[in-house]
Design a protein around this ligand. Structure first.
Ligand code: FE2
Length: 506
């Protein structure tokens, strides 16, 4: 499978979808643009618990000095970049899905004088055109929108809204289905789409690359039954890539690396092309196949052409914590849910301001025996998401995983605390903010001069519901139960982010 064939197969599928989306059933029937999107029930009903889902109107924002509660650690200095969907409404039309919004990249800067915050929208072609037009112009992942401009590739719909990493002196705002967007690390100006190599132009580059302790980086992209794999040097040079057949057409959001392997889980999700052709969004056209298996694809890092595929019963996964291997057994941890219900049901409701209970998702662990080609699964019962590990142990044996968690007093399973799980002992250390907070992902920042896994700060972002403002939180990762050592409060609220990374000052 070379690039031409990949693009042909993607192009054929995309053209089918695009044509269908371009002329959905409601438009064919009426011959005019539907007014269904403008019905009042589809707009956001103000709800103080869900303020962050109101989104911005495309404005950038900043604050020179956050109000510090507690005491910032003297050695915690650097830039905490985050990314998430920031615009949900234009021209009286509202997205149905949290994943749809345009990427808003944040820089929380931890310095000697305190914490500042800056956020700028990624100037994708989509954002610039829609901001100028004052309306949505292209279909979104979870919202069927009649295209008003030609859909030339997936990058026409690229929102650059899922993660942000620093690589080779620039920021990369990442999306799942298309190219990375480069930004300036200091002023967050968008520099444009990244093209790794001529033959990789426009290829999907997932929002969950994995960086090893030495800086080498691995990533993938999936599209319509194909998977592209990437390996970069610590200097950001593309060392190798390969395009190959995937075991299914399922959406794959994240993956894990061990010392020798890349591990992918293809959950049993199929795309109902009749639904796409009838004008449904990609999300609404996804179907959960509970009786089908998860395909586990295990690729050798040393040679992308060497892989095996194993199977386990149906489960859903978005995020992985880590993987490592010993004695030809790969250990993988991830967050498991039973199906796509949150994706299909809960998310559209909260996007309307309805604070309803979500289905739980819990820590899960695979042991993949490469000698016997068998897989065992163990699970825990905590309700959590967004796992992270110490960056020094990515792809190596790890002892700890850190998550935001729904704990005591959580309302509707909202993430309102943090937890550290010791995977060797099973012991946990956690803290709850109580019912009046919603927490995002928290990342592990090694303490200056430390060498031991977990000797670190845990840094994340949350939303203070009574104050209606957002904050950055800092915990001692070795004593979460003691509560945050510092909170940096902004005078405004922010749209919730998906992911980010902390880059310590050197
Ligand atoms: Fe993610």
């Amino acid at each position: 499978m070379n690039r031409r064939h990949f693009l042909q197969s993607f192009g054929a599928a995309a053209a089918t979808a695009a044509t269908s989306v371009a002329v959905p059933a409601w438009a064919q029937q009426s011959g005019t643009e539907s007014t269904s999107y403008r019905r009042a029930p589809e707009m956001f009903k103000a709800n103080p618990r869900l303020t962050c889902l109101r989104g911005f109107q495309g404005q950038d924002i900043g604050c020179d000095g956050a109000w510090i509660e507690g005491k910032l650690p003297a050695d915690l200095r650097g830039d905490f970049y985050r990314n998430g969907p920031g615009v949900f409404e234009r021209g009286g039309q509202r997205y149905h899905h949290w994943f749809d919004g345009d990427g808003l990249v944040h820089a929380w800067r931890f310095g000697d004088k305190g914490v500042s915050h800056q956020a700028r929208f990624v100037r994708t072609k989509k954002f610039v055109a829609e901001q100028q037009a004052g309306e949505f112009l292209v279909p979104a992942f979870g919202t069927a929108i009649k295209p008003k401009i030609p859909l030339r590739s997936s990058d026409t719909m690229n929102t650059a809204n899922t993660n942000v990493i620093r690589m080779d002196g620039r920021l990369l705002a990442l999306w799942e289905g298309g190219s990375a967007h480069a930004m300036d690390t200091q002023n967050l100006e968008t520099q444009g789409i990244v093209n790794w190599a001529h033959e990789l132009a426009g290829m999907p580059f997932s929002a969950h690359p994995k960086m090893e302790a030495d800086g080498s980086l691995w990533n993938f992209g999936t599209m319509m039954g194909k998977i592209v794999l990437y390996h970069f040097s610590p200097q950001g040079k593309l060392l190798k890539h390969r395009i190959m057949n995937a075991p299914s057409t399922a959406m794959v959001h994240d993956f894990a690396i061990s010392q020798k392997h890349m591990i992918f889980l293809f959950s049993p999700i199929s795309l109902n092309m009749d639904a796409v052709r009838s004008g449904k969004s990609m999300v609404d056209a996804m179907e959960w196949k509970a009786k089908d298996s998860v395909k586990i694809m295990i690729v050798e890092k040393a040679d992308f052409s060497r892989f095996r595929i194993l199977e386990i019963p149906a489960l859903m996964v978005f995020h992985f914590g880590n993987a490592w291997e010993e004695n030809n057994v790969i250990h993988v941890d991830f967050v498991k849910s039973d199906n796509l219900d949150n994706f299909h049901t809960w998310m559209p409701k909260i996007m309307l301001g309805e604070d309803v209970v979500s289905e739980p998702s819990s820590p899960a662990f695979l042991q993949i025996d490469l000698n016997r080609n068998n897989v065992s699964l163990t699970e825990r019962s905590e309700n959590l998401e967004f796992p992270r590990v110490d960056p020094r142990v990515v792809g190596q044996r790890n002892r700890y995983i850190y998550y935001p968690i729904a704990v005591e007093n959580s309302t509707n399973n909202a993430l309102n605390g943090v937890i550290r799980l010791d995977v060797e002992s099973g012991k946990t250390d956690s803290f709850s903010f109580g019912a009046n907070c919603r927490l995002e992902e928290h990342v592990v920042v090694p303490k200056a001069g430390s060498t031991k896994e977990g000797d670190a700060w845990l840094v994340g972002v949350g939303f203070d519901i009574p104050r209606q403002t957002s904050f950055a939180s800092v915990f001692d990762a070795q004593n979460l139960a003691a509560g945050p050592v510092a909170l940096a409060h902004l005078p405004y609220w922010l749209p919730h982010c998906f992911h980010g990374n902390f880059y310590a000052s050197s």
